[in-house]
Design a protein around this ligand. Structure first.
Ligand code: ZN
Ligand code: ZN
Length: 376
């Protein structure tokens, strides 16, 4: 028998109390369909901790991301802006090193990153897939970006219109990085800001569309998860869930930006993503005289859609404005438009998805094909 001292008993008691008090972690799901051979994964690749000007420890970012349903994160602390450096030593690789074992335990992919933080017109660039942040800590801004590029980093311009909103933020330095192949992407959504000119620049210059939180505070202070809000994120279409495959997908621009109740992407990815998400449950309808019928639209994904009727053919019309919330089914009212034929006929409704953008001000349009049988 082992004799325990009162101190040891006290320690055991404390441990029991601590483990008994823990609240189990709950992860929400963020369902999106896979596209072709690619798996759809969710990523937030821009966030801060106390190692720069964030308010939380690196492991907290991992747990937040897991609870929020993310698959991939990168902690990208500033290399140059370190307001807590008297309390937290400026060790640029430590956020990644500290968070890595927690991420492994939670099954979350953690990508090594940093934010190169220089004054305008250069602005801030994120570099991920780094092996060592230290060579990026150099006085010359161009040397810092080159050091990241030389490590094989994926690089993008953060919040391009944060300081300058007149459409002229794209300057010589961005053009130079583009020409050198040192800039791969642009943030079109940063937190709760959408950058309309940056969206166009990304299309004009064939850059990857990115959306990230750039969160500094605890995530629950920024996004209202209790009411179903999601944090801003990038959907990535990767061949497999590995860092190499995610990097390949980013370099090949296989992304959709998701945030602020918007999806922003190239048609190649946005169309199948939405067409696979909204399913017409009952495409065969019977229309008798002026009596309407209802078509059930089931939205199986994590994004809500705002639909606006653009065109109707085949003798029917339908609900003009329709909101299809995430994970819900809505009834679309359909009725004859006055030019109704008799008997069976294929009919088509074209809706603009007003919160799914192919370009600034250009929503994706989708069609619902129905089989109608008309009678008096
Ligand atoms: Zn920044
Ligand atoms: Zn940042």
């Amino acid at each position: 028998m082992i004799k325990q001292t009162p101190f040891k008993v006290f320690i055991v008691l404390l441990t029991c109390l601590a483990s008994g008090a823990a609240v189990s972690q709950t992860r929400i799901e963020i369902p999106f369909p896979d596209i072709g051979e690619y798996k759809t994964v969710t990523a937030d690749l821009h966030m801060h901790t106390v190692f720069s000007d964030g308010k939380v420890w690196p492991t907290v970012r991992v747990k937040e991301a897991w609870r929020n349903g993310l698959d991939i994160i990168s902690i990208t602390d500033h290399l140059e802006y370190l307001p807590y450096k008297d309390d937290v030593l400026p060790k640029f690789n430590r956020p990644y090193e500290i968070a890595r074992s927690e991420a492994d335990k939670m099954g979350l992919m953690l990508i090594h990153g940093a934010e190169i933080t220089r004054d305008e017109p250069h602005g801030h660039f994120n570099a991920i897939f780094l092996s060592d942040c230290l060579p990026l800590d150099t006085p010359n801004q161009k040397d810092a970006v080159k050091a990241a590029f030389d490590q094989g980093a994926f690089l993008w311009w953060n919040h391009p219109e944060w300081k300058r909103k007149d459409g002229k933020a794209w300057c010589e330095i961005q053009q130079e990085y583009l020409d050198l192949g040192w800039m791969h992407g642009l943030e079109v959504i940063n937190g709760n800001s959408y950058y309309v000119n940056a969206h166009q620049w990304a299309l004009d210059h064939n850059l990857t569309l990115m959306a990230n939180t750039d969160v500094h505070d605890p995530i629950d202070e920024v996004y209202d998860y209790a009411s179903g809000e999601h944090r801003t994120m990038t959907l990535i279409f990767a061949k497999e869930p590995t860092q190499e495959a995610v990097k390949e997908a980013l370099l090949q621009r296989r992304t959709v930006a998701f945030g602020m109740n918007m999806l922003i992407g190239r048609e190649e990815w946005l169309r199948p993503l939405i067409e696979k998400s909204i399913v017409v449950e009952n495409p065969d309808i019977r229309l008798a005289g002026k009596t309407p019928a209802y078509v059930a639209l089931r939205n199986g994904c994590a994004a809500s859609f705002d639909l606006k009727l653009e065109e109707h053919t085949g003798g029917i019309t339908a609900t003009e404005n329709l909101s299809v919330p995430a994970g819900k089914t809505v009834a679309m009212r359909v009725q004859g438009d006055g030019n109704t034929p008799q008997g069976a006929a294929p009919v088509e409704l074209t809706y603009a998805v007003t919160n799914a953008l192919l370009a600034p001000g250009t929503p994706l349009k989708i069609k619902f094909a129905l089989n109608a049988s008309f009678s008096q």
